[in-house]
Design a binder for this molecule. Structure first.
Ligand SMILES: [Zn+2]
Ligand SMILES: [Zn+2]
Length: 245
């Protein structure tokens, strides 16, 4: 499978990147992992929006879901949509929440999306999907996509989590958030530091660790250096970068 970084700025869009959005494709099937603020713009430079076969939202924080709105507008009004309904997997309540983001009346979005609550496991096109609840203030699910014997795990947002490490066990690629700078007094069960992202990759025994979700106000070089203290080969993602998994 192939991973393309559409947006990787943590906690909101930054000057150099949209918020979280990752395009994963295999055998001509394309799934978006998150569709955060600003990501729909960047997506159009990388893929025809009509070619997106499914959307997976880890959780309903704005930096992971807000660009569902321009995705709907595009499908309704561009004249370029084939009008097939797109499966949208998200925590329960997404249909109501995203409808309210679209307009104050909470108009249904079911002409564009086929909503499904996040499953523990499922089949999605050529992918086997497995999920795990993360350590985050709202319902958030990390996801493992497996195809042709290769696995990609995306943490979504999480603090240190045994469940996420277990989900990532032996994966080829772990795409791990590292939003917190390493300092005292951090709130628990919210985000990983760079070091904690590295520790998660090492504990899971993954082949490759990709560090992401660094906010615009945090030094990405410091996050990478901290991740490398526990996982020496850790890499920092960038918008537009592609990875064969
Ligand atoms: Zn986030
Ligand atoms: Zn979040």
């Amino acid at each position: 499978m192939r991973l393309t970084v559409v947006g990787c700025s943590g906690s909101g869009p930054g000057p150099a990147s949209a918020a979280s959005c990752y395009l994963v494709e295999h055998d001509g099937f394309r799934v978006l992992l998150d569709l955060g603020s600003g990501a729909f713009g960047a997506l159009q430079a990388l893929a025809d929006p009509d070619s997106i076969d499914a959307v997976y939202l880890s959780h309903l924080h704005a930096d992971h879901c807000l660009d569902v709105v321009p995705f709907v507008v595009w499908h309704r009004y561009s004249g370029r949509s084939s009008r097939r309904r797109v499966p949208l997997i998200a925590p329960a309540g997404a249909e109501r929440r995203l409808g309210l983001v679209y307009d104050e009346g909470g108009a249904p979005l079911t002409d564009v999306f086929d909503f499904a609550a996040t499953p523990v496991s499922a089949v999605l096109g050529p992918f086997t999907v497995q999920t795990a609840r993360t350590a985050h203030p709202v319902e958030c699910h990390a996801v493992r996509l497996t195809a042709h014997g290769s696995s990609l795990v995306y943490t979504g947002d999480t603090g240190p989590s045994r469940a996420v490490v277990d989900l990532a066990h032996g994966a080829d690629v772990l795409l791990a958030e590292a939003a917190h700078p390493d300092r005292d007094g951090l709130p628990p069960d919210l985000h990983l530091t760079g070091r904690q992202a590295g520790e998660a990759g090492a504990a899971a025994g993954v082949r490759r660790l990709l560090v992401t979700h660094v906010p615009a106000w945090v030094d990405p070089g410091a996050q990478l250096a901290a991740a490398r203290t526990a996982f020496p080969g850790a890499e920092l993602v960038a918008p537009g970068a592609t990875y064969d998994v």
